[in-house]
Design a binder for this molecule. Sequence first.
Ligand SMILES: [Ca+2]
Ligand SMILES: [Ca+2]
Ligand SMILES: [Ca+2]
Ligand SMILES: [Ca+2]
Length: 365
Amino acid sequence: MNVRIIIAVGALALAYGCAEDPPTIHEGETRVELTVVGDTSVYDTTTSTPVPLAGAEFTFASEYGKQFYVADENGRVVIDGLPSSFYNVAARARHPEFEFILLAGNLNDAPIISGSTLIDTIEARQIANTGVEIHEIYAGGPDNNFFYFYDQFIELYNYSGETKYLDGWIVYRVSGNRDEGGPGFDAGADDDIDGAIYIFKFPGEPGEKNIPFPPDSYVVLAQDAVDHRNSISTSIDLTNADWEFYNQYSSTDIDNPNVPNLSNLRSEKTVDFMINLVSDVIVVSNGEDAVWEDGIDIETIVDALEYQSKTYLLKTLDPRVDRSFALSPPKYTGQSMQRTEPGNDTNDGLLDWEQIPFPTPGYHK
Ligand SMILES: [Ca+2]
Ligand SMILES: [Ca+2]
Ligand SMILES: [Ca+2]
Ligand SMILES: [Ca+2]
């Protein structure tokens, strides 16, 4: 492999040597030397001693797509010949003792430039396991020319192996807080994330057990639980959605009486739970932080995702909640965003999510 790269670079240099105006730096003459380390202590967390993470998986994402590499026994990858760009690099490894713990870390906007060597160390952190994940976000609307996107939905999945209860849980659209670090940033460093705009809640209170969410099952939260094919032929039927966002302060929001509602906690917001088609932050909490005005307590967050249309855009969601972001498909193409596998929740949208050609409400693929 390395020999082939050297030959290729040699041939490239030769070709450039024959050109009239040879560039001084040859595209593709990059070198990367990255090491990933992580603190693997579990019971005694008073001492933090990062150790190299042997066999860690690296993902390099740029405008050229994603590339995958595996670290050696020293937690290290050495890569030659990546195309010059700014990369978002994610690394993750299984905890050496506990299969249910992963270690994951990121290096964002890393310049990998021809003619230079990027040498760095990624510090991976352990991932909290909440048992429920946001599994799919369909935000971009169906293939249409009428700005129709009311068939949006959010899909949850229970990967915990036990029944969870959704009583009192809250779903947030977090797109505010523009002046203090951006949506989902922990403004004030007080362990809550800020910028919630829409706040819709399941019935009941946290701790009650009236809304069971069985293991290995999906829950679909529709903007409107209707057959959207009646409006746009390329859209989808959401009459079988499990839940519906219904704003009781809106005069126009649709309420399918056969589908129970999440209701709006902000009476001054009179529109439906609409999310941005290509770029937003969605948060699901267990509802135990009832005072949303001062931010959402991080310890109550079940899952959250920031999605964006470009890899180089600024990420603002607190890294304790998710360390990167998902890449959204173009709007009005009928494409969706989903985790690569059910239960694949490493708190790293870049690794965990992929674009899919059509929405899959209530199932995977
Ligand atoms: Ca805060
Ligand atoms: Ca609605
Ligand atoms: Ca309803
Ligand atoms: Ca799905």
